[in-house]
Design a protein around this ligand. Structure first.
Ligand code: FAD
Ligand code: NAP
Length: 321
């Protein structure tokens, strides 16, 4: 029998944004309830070394950092729920979100911190060979390519980080990028270019992913050079797609104001959305920075703003009595 669970502050997402919002909301006695989603801990759980989260002089591990954040949020009194929200009704307060389990979660204020998911190339063969050589997570699947040849597509921090990580397992890593320069941080590029296992194919796109055998496994990639139009084939055992992420905001379409790419539009300098009482924190509303520390920062802002909103709403209700 589906149940309804209510909290003054309902938080969707358990990445750095949602967990930081939970820590601040709990410490402000707002009794937050957090729905963790399918990826408890968020994107940082699929990476290894983290060197830029302040407070740690030594390199730390992404999953460990998220475990610590979750423990901190629990310790101060956050109620955690393991469910994935499938529909949301933001037309009235309390806002109501229905989980995959059938349970309904309501909140007088809502913090949307559902983050972002890996983007795919959308080329022939990619979907059919996912799990059979095609992946979007080197940390998760790199081990399966011990002693093999792999390719990575992309030119950002993720692509470079995935390439470097894969050199721990694969014999050869080919980074394929559509332009002639990377957008990854310089320190990462220096490490990449210095690694003898890595070669970079510039100005090139993957047009098709080709499999062989039964069941079919990835065998090669059909490439095209964008400068001279030349086609070629690259034999690889693994393909790691690292071309960025799409914000997880489909649930809120036609309810929350979004930009063309689906990022929630928050009022500048704030996490307020177009619906009073609904706040957006982390990668869902950040098309520029998309870092754990900025997600945590906006998570903090959202909890403080949710607290102010509830206090104002209570004062209005009291005055009307
Ligand atoms: P996310 O971490 O994306 O978390 C989203 C949460 O929402 C998840 O818990 C998910 O389960 C939940 N969710 C989604 N949909 C629903 C739903 N329908 N219902 C309920 N819950 C839902 N940043 C750094 O600062 N340093 C790094 O070293 C670094 N390394 C990275 C390495 C990789 C491979 C990647 C992909 C990213 C890296 N980043 C790094 C970026 C960083 O991970 C993100 O900026 C950060 O995780 C964003 O946090 P978030 O809380 O907004 O969302
Ligand atoms: P990103 O910075 O958006 O980079 C995506 C890359 O993929 C770009 O180089 C882009 O090419 C390429 N690309 C996009 N669509 C493509 C397509 N259809 N075909 C081929 N190539 C395509 O994404 P990201 O690397 O995942 O990083 C996301 C955020 O997380 C960033 O803010 C990043 O700093 C952060 N992050 C940080 C760390 C760290 O601090 N160590 C690690 C990982 C991620 P163009 O360059 O031509 O646009």
């Amino acid at each position: 029998m589906p149940a309804t669970h209510h909290a003054p502050v309902l938080i969707l997402g358990s990445g750095p944004a949602g967990l930081t919002a939970a820590i601040y909301a709990a410490r402000a006695a707002l009794q937050p309830m957090l729905v963790a989603g399918l990826q408890p801990g968020g994107q940082m759980t699929i990476t290894t070394d983290v060197e830029n989260y302040p407070g740690f002089a030594a390199t730390i591990q992404g999953p460990w950092l998220m475990e610590q954040m979750q423990k901190q949020a629990e310790h101060v009194g956050t109620r955690f729920v393991q469910d994935q929200i499938v529909t949301a009704d933001l037309s009235r307060r309390p806002f109501a979100c229905t989980g995959d389990s059938g349970d309904v979660y309501t909140g007088d204020a809502l913090i949307v911190a559902t983050g972002a998911s890996a983007r795919w190339l959308g080329i022939p063969g990619e979907e059919a060979l996912r799990g059979f050589g095609v992946s979007a997570c080197a940390t998760c699947d790199g081990f399966f390519f011990r002693g093999k040849k792999v390719a990575v597509v992309g030119g950002g921090n993720t692509a470079v980080e995935e390439s470097l990580f894969l050199t721990n397992h694969a014999t050869q890593v080919t980074l394929i990028h559509r332009r002639d320069s990377l957008r990854a941080e310089k320190i990462m590029q220096t490490r990449l270019f210095a690694n003898p296992k890595v070669s970079v194919v510039w100005d090139t796109v993957v047009e098709e992913v080709l499999g062989s055998g039964t069941p079919a496994a990835l065998a090669s990639l059909k490439l095209r050079n964008l400068k001279n139009g030349a086609s070629s084939t690259l034999a690889v055992d693994g393909l790691f797609v690292a071309i960025g992420h799409t914000p997880n905001t489909g649930l809120f379409k036609d309810q929350l104001a979004m930009d063309r790419e689906g990022y929630i539009v928050a009022r500048p300098g704030s996490t307020e959305t177009n619906i009073p009482g609904v706040f957006a924190a982390g990668d869902v509303q950040d098309r520029v920075f998309r870092q754990a520390v900025t997600a945590a920062g906006t998570g903090c802002m959202s909890a403080i703003e949710a607290g102010h909103f509830l206090a104002r709403a209570e004062a209005v209700a009291r005055a009307a009595q």
